[in-house]
Structure formats: structure tokens, C-alpha cells
Design a protein around this ligand. Structure first.
Ligand code: NAD
Ligand code: ZN
Ligand code: ZN
Length: 347
């Protein structure tokens, strides 16, 4: 089968021919219907050899941690999943036994590192291939009638912001303000989730007019260019109060500085982006009682909830389609900042 792999440090991903895997006991083989292109892959492929090895990533690495497919074959002992089922892959695989996994929060599994359990596309072979192995039926969620290409990115670009926003919901009462920094793959879905689940006024920040136009189209009340004046503009738009929740989908030094400076008293500053920045907070440098959070992905039940938001038409992903052979092009477009919404590979 064809697979899009990262084969050498510093190289572009390439399409290679590899053996089609077969499912072992407890495993499920999917015929992949869609695979989303995330900025985190860009981050992984930007690591130096030392960092890459230290993080435990293998070479070659079949990319793709947003996946959807049709069950093609089931391994021995697999129950409640049948050949032909349309499914989405819950990506943050855990052990299934620890305290966090027992709550469905496999994204915070405390055994994954010790047991070498890694998400597909971020260690285990990912979804950018004609077929993929899912290690357990527990990591599949029924897609039902949802179109796989339109919805595959809800497994990360939907789930990650949903988890981040849900935690801050008590702060997003009527009259509140939420800020979304970076309106790309995750950010443009975050705006829709905020509009669907909260009464907050949504202010979106990005660096180009095109991205801000998409932000307004998907529901942002205000758009602001992300520059050194952005926090002051957010204060202006909120009558001096600042934002009750800021979600930073960039996570670089300047965006974190904006997020911290824009926070109202008692706000949540949530840094989702892995842009290498650090929050500098101490007495007098952030509003009183503001909290800084660093979430990772989301729980299985939250994925079910995000898919339900899509089913009721409240959340949708702006998708740009690529074939597996065009995989490297999709990553180039992402790096160049020219993807509108999410690039999705359709094998
Ligand atoms: P993306 O490239 O689709 O979107 C990023 C957006 O940020 C783009 O629209 C870009 O124009 C904008 N941007 C860049 N610099 C900016 C600035 N200074 N101010 C405002 N906007 C700016 O990326 P994505 O796939 O949506 O991922 C977003 C970030 O979240 C990445 O860092 C990714 O690695 C990270 N991520 C984290 C998690 C997690 O669990 N914590 C999960 C998925 C992705
Ligand atoms: Zn991702
Ligand atoms: Zn666990």
C-alpha cells in the first residue's frame, strides 16, 4: 500500500510503498477514508535529530494523527466493531487502565510513556496511508452519516479546542469575552465551538486579512490583527476589562504575551499552540486570579460530543483536499500559511 512517511530528519515527507498490515489480536484494520494535516506534524518534522530521538519518534514515521476509515478487518477477540463500519480514530491512545484512562482521558494516560504507547502518526503508524492499524476498538468512535473528509479533523482540530473551551465554560457566561489567537485549523473550529456552547463575544486574532475573513465567516464577532497593539485593542473592545478566556493556538512568545496582557481578572489563559513561547507571569504582570493552562488533545467522550456538534450543524471544518501523492504539497501549504481551514488527505 501507499503511505506518506517522514523518512529522514530535515526531509520532506514522501509517498512510499509498504506492506499492508494485518490486525493482530485486539486490533482493527481500517481502510483510510481521510487524514488531516496538523501543524504539530510540522513541529515534529522541524525537530533536530537529537530532539527527535529524545522524543522517541521512529524513522520512518507514517504521518497522520487525524484519521477516519472503514473497518476492513478485525483481529482476534475484537467485539462491538464490524467490517464495513464507518469510524473516526480517537488519537491520544493510552493504556485504558490507569485513573485518567478510566475516565476516558487517555490524553493524560500515566502509563503511556512507560509502556511505549504512542498516538498514530506521532509514533505509531498513522492515517496517511491506504490502510492503518488501530490498536484497540476503544479508540474508534462511530462516524455514522458524517462525511469522513469533512469531519476527520474534528478528531484533533475539533477535539483539542473543544476540550480547552469546555474547561473554561464556567467563565464564559453572558456578557463575557473569549479571544482566539490563530484562526487556522484548530482556531477556525474553536470559534464555532465557542459560538455553539457559550454566550461569549468572540474576538479572533491572526496575521493576515484572509485568515481574519475566515474567522468572521465562521462566527467571530470582532477580528483584530495580531500585532503588538492587539492586547490594547482587546481592552478597548471590552471596555477596559479584558477577556475572560484567551485561547492561544500559536503559542509563540508574542502571542503568549498578548494572551497574558489581554486577560481579565479571574480569566483563563489557555496555551494550545506549541510555538516555543513561555508565559512570563508573576505579581503585577497578569490580572489577579488569572490562570494559565496548557491542555493536550481531549477525552474520548469529548470527541463524541464534538461529532454531535457536527451532526447538528453547529460546527464544520473548512476543508482543502489533497491526494496522498500531493501530501508533501499539503505540508508546504501549511508551512506557507496558505491553507484555509484544514488540509485533508484523501487516499
Ligand atoms: P495552523 O497552521 O492551521 O494555524 C495556525 C494559525 O496561526 C494560522 O492561521 C496562522 O496564520 C496563525 N498565526 C501564526 N502566527 C500568528 C501570530 N503571531 N498571531 C496570530 N496568529 C498567528 O495550525 P493548527 O494545526 O491549527 O495548530 C495550531 C497550533 O496548535 C500548533 O502549534 C499545533 O502544533 C498546536 N496543537 C496543539 C495541540 C495540543 O493538544 N496542545 C493539538 C493540536 C495542535
Ligand atoms: Zn494535531
Ligand atoms: Zn492510561
Amino acid at each position: 500500500m501507499k503511505a506518506l512517511q517522514y523518512t529522514r530528519i530535515g526531509s520532506h515527507p514522501e509517498v512510499v510503498e509498504i506492506a499492508t498490515p494485518s490486525p493482530g489480536p485486539g486490533q482493527v484494520l481500517l481502510k483510510v477514508t481521510a487524514a488531516g494535516v496538523c501543524h504539530s506534524d510540522e513541529y515534529v518534522m522541524g525537530l533536530s535529530e537529537e530532539e527527535y530521538t529524545a522524543a522517541g519518534y521512529p524513522l520512518p514515521l507514517t504521518l497522520g494523527h487525524e484519521g477516519a476509515g472503514i473497518v476492513a478487518e478485525i483481529g482476534e477477540g475484537v467485539e462491538h466493531v464490524a467490517v464495513g463500519d464507518a469510524v473516526a480514530v480517537y488519537g491520544p491512545w493510552g493504556c485504558g487502565r490507569c485513573h485518567n484512562c478510566a475516565q476516558g482521558k487517555e490524553n493524560y494516560c500515566t502509563n503511556a510513556a512507560a509502556e511505549g504507547i504512542k498516538p498514530p502518526g506521532l509514533g505509531a503508524p498513522g492515517s496517511m496511508a491506504e490502510y492503518m492499524i488501530v490498536d484497540s476498538a476503544r479508540h474508534l468512535v462511530p462516524l455514522g452519516d458524517l462525511d469522513p473528509v469533512e469531519n476527520v479533523s474534528l478528531t484533533d482540530a475539533g477535539l483539542t479546542p473543544y476540550h480547552a473551551i469546555k474547561t473554561s465554560l464556567p467563565k464564559l457566561r453572558a456578557g463575557s469575552t473569549a479571544v482566539v489567537i490563530g484562526t487556522g485549523g484548530l482556531g477556525h473550529v474553536a470559534i464555532q465551538i465557542l459560538r455553539a456552547v457559550s454566550a461569549a463575544t468572540v474576538i479572533a486574532l491572526d496575521i493576515t486579512e484572509e485568515k481574519l475573513a475566515l474567522a468572521a465567516e465562521v462566527g467571530a464577532h470582532h477580528t483584530v490583527l495580531s500585532d503588538a497593539d492587539a492586547a490594547a485593542k482587546i481592552r478597548e473592545l471590552t471596555g477596559g476589562r479584558g477577556a475572560d478566556a484567551v485561547f492561544d493556538f500559536v503559542g509563540a512568545e508574542p502571542t503568549i504575551a498578548t494572551a497574558v496582557a489581554a486577560a481579565a481578572t479571574d480569566a483563563d489563559v489557555t496555551i494550545v499552540g506549541i510555538g516555543g513561547g513561555t508565559a512570563h507571569v508573576g505579581f503585577g504582570t497578569i490580572a489577579f486570579d488569572a490562570a494559565v493552562r496548557i491542555p493536550y488533545w481531549g477525552s474520548r467522550s469529548e470527541l463524541v460530543e464534538v461529532l454531535d456538534l457536527a451532526r447538528t450543524g453547529q460546527v464544520g471544518v473548512e476543508v482543502q483536499r489533497y491526494t496522498l501523492d500531493q501530501g508533501a504539497e499539503a505540508y508546504e501549504a501549511l508551512a506557507a500559511g496558505t491553507v484555509r481551514g484544514r488540509a485533508v488527505i484523501v487516499p
